[in-house]
Design a binder for this molecule. Structure first.
Ligand SMILES: Nc1nc2c(c(=O)[nH]1)N[C@H]1C(S)=C(S)[C@@H](COP(=O)(O)O)O[C@H]1N2
Ligand SMILES: [Mo]
Length: 594
């Protein structure tokens, strides 16, 4: 190894820090010592006012009371009797033509697995939301334009992008959740939340695909898909009957009523696929391939729809459970546990055991994560690492128009120390240089002027922060392809390490910020070292003098304040060996196309 490379690598966390892997999370030092900031009860914008969502509770209670009063009154009228006679809620035509009557064993198991997986998915989803606690309907994530938020507005005096020292970063904006609610609760724990979310997403999708195959193979689909328009009057009739507290006959063993069919159909055939699609639309690599960074399918709309699907799922699970309890608990439990139309008390025992398991796992998930952070990272890599690796092969070629440029691009990250930055910036970056070394034929050092003198490339592309915000900007700089032409990487150079002159967190403890990128990505025309943003020299907040763009990846991999690049065969010997600062310290994955 050359002396240059050795010097570079020594700037990262010393290998001794690897001894701490496996230690529990130290909340005091976590994420560079971010203080605790609780998420607030969500607020929703109504006109110009922000309304606390807890208002939903009294409104729902009053709504339910009014509904009961109205439905009971309606049932006093003869025409309502006639209507209910004609549309009792379901009809014998709803009896499916199943080869497997009632609730077959596979369906009962899938039902349990579904609940189990969704518990992890939903809690981890809340944690991801808490990391950028705002939802928007525009592609720019512009401050103050959100429709929902978990904390107050960002301080007005911390929005001046020219003043990096006071700027409010996305990390400053992150919040924490109670550990029993979020997974794992603590602030900026999105790395863990994503491992949980994606790992269980995969299991949930497999479970779902199997479910679709089996319901169509057995005829079970017929009880879930409305095949006649009379499902609507039947649903209305069911609603009036439930509302008047004089329930319709429970025929769930063989067929569902109109209201059930509509609810199940929406959940299975609309909400579930929508969850998957809107999840994928939040991936930088997909947006950069299909150009969905702007327009109706943009990431912020996808986040909002993803969130609304979660609301529907939580509402469905709550109402579904209440209905199981109040429409004949023992009979219903016999259906779903024993697959039998009887009234055995064993069904209640099985239900209690299943619920105890859910509660146990619910209680253990966050403490386990904080105690064994590296295990969660390893489990996540094992579950979804390869799939994420495959997604990295997309061609991230999408470009946007000048008018799509976001008025405000959120800044993020830990700034370089002020004196270090000022010293370099003085005299037009005279004291700064870009060192390029490692497995290359021509190790080189470029001055700022040398970089400017290389052919310039411009692109209008979208930035996706792991935390949830995104925005479009015009970047000007030099293609990595040009750099490759100069330094001539050797055939065994598989990874390219970008080193920052900024520490990864406050102070030197964790070493300098760095991240590793696949050699293959370096040839893409949109992989550039940018020194301009929106036609102006890069601001300090956005990484002056030089920062990376690789449109296949999430924002944290776009190293800012770069001053060295190294070509390596593998990154295992660097830092703590995970491929980058956030990978080492916040347990992220190194493949981040989603
Ligand atoms: N050196 C360094 N580069 C960094 C970071 C950092 O903390 N240090 N943060 C990353 C993160 S998390 C994001 S989202 C982007 C933000 O880029 P922007 O501030 O230009 O929007 O920079 C990335 N590059
Ligand atoms: Mo980020």
């Amino acid at each position: 190894m050359s002396d240059e490379a050795r010097d570079l690598e020594a700037r990262l966390a010393p290998p001794s820090s690897r001894d701490h892997r496996g230690d529990p999370i130290d909340r005091e030092k976590w994420a560079g010592g971010l203080p605790e900031v609780d998420a607030k009860i969500p607020q929703v914008r109504v006109g110009k006012r922000w309304v606390n969502v807890l208002w939903v509770i009294p409104i729902a209670i009053v709504g339910l009371l009014v509904m009961v009063a109205v439905c009971q009154q309606l049932r006093k009228y003869g025409w309502m009797d006639d209507f209910i006679d004609k549309y009792p809620g379901s009809s014998s035509s709803y009896v499916p033509n199943m080869s497997d009557a009632g609730f077959p064993w596979w369906l009962r198991w899938q039902h349990l697995f579904n609940l189990l997986f969704m518990m992890f998915i939903i809690r981890a989803g809340w944690q991801i939301l808490a990391d950028h606690p705002r939802l928007y309907l525009n592609a720019d994530s512009t401050p103050d334009s959100e429709w929902m938020r978990l904390r107050g507005p960002i301080p007005a005096d911390r929005r001046d992008q020219k003043n990096a020292r006071t700027i409010w970063t996305a990390k400053d904006d992150s919040t924490e959740l109670p550990k029993w609610l979020g997974l794992p609760g603590i602030r900026h724990s999105i790395g863990f939340a994503r491992w949980w979310h994606f790992s269980f997403d995969l299991l949930w999708v497999i479970n779902g695909v199997l479910f679709f195959v089996l319901i169509f193979a057995t005829g079970q689909w017929e009880r879930l898909v409305p095949t006649s328009l009379d499902v609507f009057p039947n649903a209305l009739s069911t609603m009036v009957q439930y509302g008047s507290l004089d329930f319709p006959q429970n025929e769930g063993w063989m067929y569902f009523n109109g209201l059930q069919i509509i609810a199940y159909f929406l959940t299975i055939f609309i909400a579930a696929p929508l969850a998957l699609i809107t999840g994928l639309l939040q991936a930088p690599t997909i947006a950069a391939k299909f150009g969905t960074g702007h327009g109706k399918l943009n990431r912020q709309v996808a986040r909002t729809v993803h969130f609304c699907v979660m609301l529907w799922m939580v509402f469905f699970i709550a109402v579904h459970t209440v209905m199981v309890w109040i429409t004949g608990l023992i009979g219903n439990l016999n259906h779903i546990t024993l697959g039998d139309n009887g009234d055995s008390w064993w069904a209640l025992v099985i239900y209690a055991v299943a619920m105890a398991l859910i509660v146990f796992l619910w209680a253990k998930a966050s403490p386990f994560t904080l105690k064994h952070p590296d295990k969660v990272q390893r489990m996540g890599k094992f579950m979804v690492g390869r799939i994420k690796g495959l997604m990295e092969w997309a061609d991230p070629g999408a470009e946007y128009k000048e008018e799509d440029i976001s008025p405000y691009l959120w800044p993020n990250g830990t700034l370089p120390e002020q004196n270090v930055f000022e010293e370099m910036k003085a005299d037009n970056w005279e004291k700064w240089s870009l060192e390029i070394t490692g497995l290359v034929e021509n190790p080189t050092t470029l001055s700022y002027q040398d970089v400017l003198d290389l052919p310039k490339s411009e692109q209008i592309t979208q930035h996706f922060c792991i935390q949830g915000w995104s925005g479009i900007a015009k970047w000007g700089g030099v293609r990595m392809e040009e750099i490759l032409r100069i330094v001539k990487p050797m055939p065994n150079a598989k990874w390219v390490v970008f080193y920052s002159f900024a520490w990864g967190a406050e102070g030197p403890e964790g070493g300098k910020y760095y991240d590793c990128h696949k050699m293959e990505h370096m040839h893409h025309e949109h992989t550039i070292l940018a020194y301009e943003m929106n036609g102006e020299p890069l601001l300090e907040a956005h990484g002056a003098p030089l920062r990376l763009r690789n449109e296949n990846e999430l924002g944290f991999k776009m190293v800012k304040w770069i001053n060295a690049i190294e070509f390596v065969e593998s990154f295992e010997h660097l830092g703590e060996g995970n491929g980058g600062f956030n990978e080492d310290h916040e347990y992220f994955g190194y493949r981040m196309p989603i």
